[in-house]
Ligand binder design. Structure first.
Ligand code: NAD
Ligand code: MG
Length: 386
């Protein structure tokens, strides 16, 4: 039986890689719904190629435009719009798997809807888990959902834990970080870096927001929190290791001295295919590693003095409650202000730290409290920038 897949954020970098994997396996997967925020022309192309039952866009005018583009091609995809429809296509009875690849907090509600509906969730949208932590994990457990990490590091950790699912004998998680485009830059140099420089990641081609997060190491901070929830650990159980080549995607260190890792070319189709087919393996279209051309693999410690993001993330996780949601919201606002050239690169981490200081942290007892903390932090950060 074919698996029905909803791809949230289909027009993004992860969404497109997911469609590439699906296109290689039409015998296994069938697209139930594709969603996009604004890139209607691209979404129309994807609908024509993949023939989903539904397509969801942000608003009525985008829906009208998409409908017209599809009519011109005699395509039968039904076009829907609005945030509620994202939840509907993520939780529909017919759906087996949901690729959560919307960027940022906007992905939380549909991803949570998939968890509550007991789906297999392919989690790329780390911000959703960072914001809602325990609430999200409870929804997964209580509804029998399956949570498969797509973030390459977490996928690598998941793979390195095969056969050791109860974590017996695990000593430490080694979370690798490329270090981003400014790995070796001085504080002085970082003062004047531009958005164009920040989004140029040395190894990965990704959306703008995560590219800036990689440059500030906020991405690794978000991933630290993500790993805590996914693997039931705390920041002290995780060591961040800078590995500029992005060939080792993360590792697990065991008490007997063994270190197990997952390696591969930096191509998101590997973790996507692993998550989709798990526990089986399928062709992802990724060329095998060519060891004769790998000159060397380097590992080094992160520079906490230059990149405060990791310590800030650990602080937010340890503070608990709504702190990670505040951390995430402040970062989202800061990144978009940096991309619009309203604040400097170094101001991103400063703004996040000051927002964590300023906003009262509450127990994250329900979704309303989390969304309200998200809104408060956004408002505070926007006012600071203004
Ligand atoms: P992207 O910017 O390329 O794509 C984002 C997608 O989300 C687009 O389809 C867009 O239409 C949709 N979207 C944006 N705002 C929306 C909104 N308000 N409502 C509904 N949809 C909206 O981003 P990406 O690089 O594909 O990253 C997606 C997620 O995956 C992020 O959470 C990122 O951290 C995570 N991730 C990405 C990579 C990568 O290689 N790109 C790797 C690991 C994790
Ligand atoms: Mg990652």
């Amino acid at each position: 039986m074919k698996q029905w897949v909803t791809v949230l954020g289909a027009t993004g970098s992860i969404g497109q890689n997911t469609l590439d994997v699906i296109a290689r396996h039409h015998d296994r997967y069938q697209v139930f719904a594709l969603t996009a925020h604004s890139r209607v022309d691209e979404l129309a192309q994807d609908c024509i190629e993949h023939q989903p039952l539904y397509a969801v866009v942000a608003d009525a005018s985008s829906a009208e435009k998409l409908q017209q583009l599809l009519l011109d091609k005699a395509n039968k995809t039904e076009v829907l719009w609005g945030a509620e429809q994202l939840e509907w296509v993520a939780s529909h009875d017919q759906v087996d798997q949901v690729m959560a690849a919307i960027v940022g907090a906007a992905g939380l509600l549909p991803t949570l809807a998939a968890a509550r509906a007991g789906k297999r969730i392919l989690l790329a949208n780390k911000e959703a888990l960072v914001m809602s932590g325990q609430l999200f994990m409870d929804a997964v457990r209580d509804n029998g959902a399956q949570l498969l990490p797509i973030d390459s590091e977490h996928n690598a950790i998941f793979q390195s834990l095969v056969g050791c699912e109860n974590h017996q004998g695990v000593q430490k998680i080694l979370l690798t970080a490329s270090g981003g485009p400014f790995r070796a830059a001085t504080l002085q140099e970082l003062k004047s870096v531009t958005p164009a420089q920040a989004v140029k990641h040395p190894n990965w081609s990704m959306g703008q927001k995560i590219s800036v997060d990689s440059a500030t190491l906020m991405n690794k901070g978000l991933e630290l929190i993500e790993a805590c929830w996914l693997f039931g650990v705390t920041p002290k159980d995780i060591e961040v290791v800078v590995h500029p080549e992005s060939v080792v995607h993360s590792m697990v260190q065991y008490v007997d001295g063994s270190v197990i890792n997952q390696m591969g070319n930096p191509d998101m189709r590997t973790p996507i295919a692993y998550g989709m087919a798990w526990p089986e393996r399928i062709d992802a279209g990724v060329p095998a590693l060519d060891f004769s051309s790998i000159q060397q693999l380097n590992f080094e410690a992160p520079r906490h003095d230059v990149f405060p993001a990791l310590k800030l993330a650990a602080r937010a996780f340890e503070a608990g409650g709504t702190a990670p949601a505040i951390f995430n919201a402040a970062n989202e606002v800061a990144v978009s202000a940096f991309l619009r050239e309203q604040i400097s690169f170094l101001s991103i981490s400063q703004l996040v730290e000051r927002c964590l200081d300023a906003i009262e942290i509450e127990p994250a007892k329900n979704l309303e409290v989390i969304l309200s903390a998200d809104q408060k932090a956004r408002k505070w950060a926007q006012e600071m920038i203004a």
